[in-house]
Write a protein that binds this ligand. Structure first.
Ligand code: ADP
Length: 304
């Protein structure tokens, strides 16, 4: 028997136009989020990501186009937002109040139980910190509190605007991993914006690239990154680093204190990581790895 399971559209945007005082911030934007996906919305500052997220939620009016959030137009029907959690860039919860009380208050508004508050604290990895005032938490824990806040009411979809932008590199990875886990283990669909492409690529099943109010590219990470990807790696001993990476079959160029490596595709990234591990065994300390993609860089530079 042939089993066909249709993916349920969670968010559909078609031809969406948004203007601020006659200046176009969203120019006929079209994209969709299907059930179970983690969609990464990527673009430089000012691209229109926050505007798009707010229009998708019905917090901002649109001039034109169609938005359907969980089957409803969020502008006409606030019920559309009932099963949607939101995490904004700088979590701004009441500062002097213990997080548990903030979450309990959110639960009372959403008609959620005490058990749901406990579950949200646990899922967000906030256990042990829930009785502290929001203001006393580290940036990473503040973000976890914001995620717990979004989780109250058991949303099927979470929209997160730059959830990692104010965090240090270790916290960034932890928050991204948390989003990945909530998607994989708890079936929550995500739309996550970021201005750092390599970061969202780690967890996204689909990438939508925006620049100047337009979607310039979208697809699976493989489709979006396609072609030649490059990595710039900084290390303590560039000569040895280049040598080891070359031994693993890569095309390498030394540029000052860094090496530029051409990576033929996403599937080669694990081989590169293996090369870096081997370089480490030969005494090289790796300071940083940045993935760069020529065609996306070019797209983002266009008129920008
Ligand atoms: P991003 O989230 O990608 O950084 P935004 O959606 O914040 O981009 O901004 C998109 C464009 O809209 C930018 O040019 C920004 O200056 C403009 N913009 C955003 N909010 C407002 C506002 N409230 N009034 C006027 N212009 C705005």
């Amino acid at each position: 028997m042939l089993m066909v399971q249709w993916l349920k559209p969670i968010l559909v945007c078609e031809d969406v136009v948004k203007e601020y005082n006659g200046v176009r911030a969203l120019d006929r934007v079209a994209f969709r989020v299907e059930e179970g996906e983690v969609v990464g919305l990527v673009g430089p500052n000012g691209a229109g990501k926050t505007t798009l997220l707010k229009v998708s939620l019905g917090i901002l009016r649109r001039e034109n186009g169609r938005v359907e959030l969980l089957g409803r137009d969020p502008l006409r029907d606030p019920k559309a937002r009932e099963k949607v959690g939101v995490v904004f860039e700088r979590p701004n919860l009441p500062s002097a109040v213990p997080v548990h009380r903030i979450l309990s208050y959110a639960a009372s508004i959403k008609g959620a139980s005490r058990d749901e508050v406990r579950r949200a604290i646990k899922l967000a990895g906030l256990e042990g910190h829930e009785w502290k005032p929001f203001t006393s938490l580290s940036a990473g824990l503040k973000q976890r509190a914001a995620i717990a806040h979004a989780l109250v009411g058991s949303p099927s979809f979470i929209i997160a605007d730059e959830p990692t932008s104010n965090l240090d590199p270790v916290e960034r990875i932890r928050i991204l991993n948390l989003i990945g886990e909530l998607n994989r283990d708890h079936g929550i669909t995500f739309l996550v914006s970021s201005h750092i492409l390599p970061e969202v690529v780690r967890i996204a099943s689909k990438i939508v690239i925006m620049n100047r109010g337009k979607v310039v590219k979208s697809g699976t990470p493989e489709e979006v990154l396609g072609g030649l990807t490059r990595a710039r790696i900084r290390g303590s001993d560039v000569k040895t680093l280049a040598e080891v990476i070359r031994e693993h079959g890569f095309d390498v160029e030394v540029q000052g204190f860094s090496v530029l490596v051409k990576i033929p595709g996403l599937s080669h990234q694990p081989v590169l990581l293996e090369a870096l591990t081997n370089a480490g065994r030969r005494g090289v300390v790796i300071y940083s790895i940045d993935f760069v993609e020529a065609s996306i860089e070019a797209e983002l530079m266009k008129g920008g």
